[in-house]
Design a protein around this ligand. Sequence first.
Ligand code: SF4
Length: 445
Amino acid sequence: MALTGIQIFKLLPKTNCKECGVPTCLAFAMNLASGKAGLDQCPYVSEEARNQLAEASAPPIRPVKIGAGVRAFTTGGETVLYRHEKTFYNPTAFAALVPASIPAAALAKKLKEFNALQFERVGLNLRPQMIAVKDTGDKAAFVQVAKTVSETSEFNCILITDNAENMAAAVDACGKKRPLMYAATAANADAMGNIAKEKDAALVVKADSVEALIPLVDKLTGMGIKDLVLDPGSREIKKAMEDQVFIRRAALKQGNRSLGYPTLACPCEMADNLDVETMLAALFVAKYAGIVVLSDFRGDTLFPLLLERLNIFTDPQRPMTVTQGIYDINSPDENSPVLVTSNFALTYFIVSGEIEASKMPAWLLVKDTEGLSVLTAWAAGKFNGDDVGAFIKKSGIMDKVKGKEVIIPGFAASIVGDMEEELPGWTVTVGPREAAHIPAFLKSR
Ligand code: SF4
């Protein structure tokens, strides 16, 4: 269990020197206990006290690094129950199940298809991270599929088997790609724990209930294994959701260190079709799975999950933005119209989506408004005529088009005069107020 503020205070130097940024050692102790301060902020903690305080200053849910390469990720490390309290840090990772009995050609085809499932949004590449390779009883096949996934794709592996010998061989086959072992149970905890320790692999702990997880976790941490992921074993929807919430709450609110690890959920074992699995996965992204295992990846089901994940794991106190600049849509040329808008991500998505849907080639200039929408930015003085005009001058668009006309959002109609002063010789045209009217507007020109 985590130490209380008073217990931490007893271990501090009690000089009230203020170097940690707060007036007293007691205040620092309270901040440390609530996770608002880090132990390194006090330069005077003795080594002995530091060791004792390490537990108190550790994050309530351990961040666990999985895999290697471009699809490596960290799961866990969360500090709040609700994202509006602060933010969620480490996005849920998605895995697709592949049986070890899959023929080599089918595996190669699947990996190619899965690899193509990447989507660009707000300057980010949205993609799944893992393949869950399931042992079907043939050790050689299990090892070969793990090796193929690790060596020929960017994906990292979850290795699913209760056979310790097969697991050890498959972990080796993954080479430097640190796989996630699934799973240590009451029946094989010693053997799986030894493999995880020897090979420095992360390990899922699986039990039939949250209560049964605790002694298993304690046993494995007692063996010196730190990187654990929890599967409470529940596969009925209501119970599975309750367990996810219980584990998160116990770690954050009760300081239960045995449950202070990321979790794994298995929609692939809770439904008999991918559509229902996807709906369950959506629940687990929101509350609170670190890793979700699906039976397959399909573009139409994966894409909404990736978008949901993007939204859940962004800081709610900071508007999402896109980079200021020139965006070409539908292959514009020197005669194509030029539109300007703000860099609030939602505004950009809607405006660019409507232009795209119109099939009309156009240049879209996105001005940095610190993530405010057009109307809000205008009201806040961040989308005024002088600034927008100056941005257009500097943007480089003048080298790309012959004409001298820019279309501004209808909500910013009042900036026309100032823009025309800033851009002599240019025509400033007021476009529609609503993005939905952009296609008709462009086609009518
Ligand atoms: Fe106390 Fe350390 Fe903070 Fe100084 S820096 S006030 S000793 S906790």
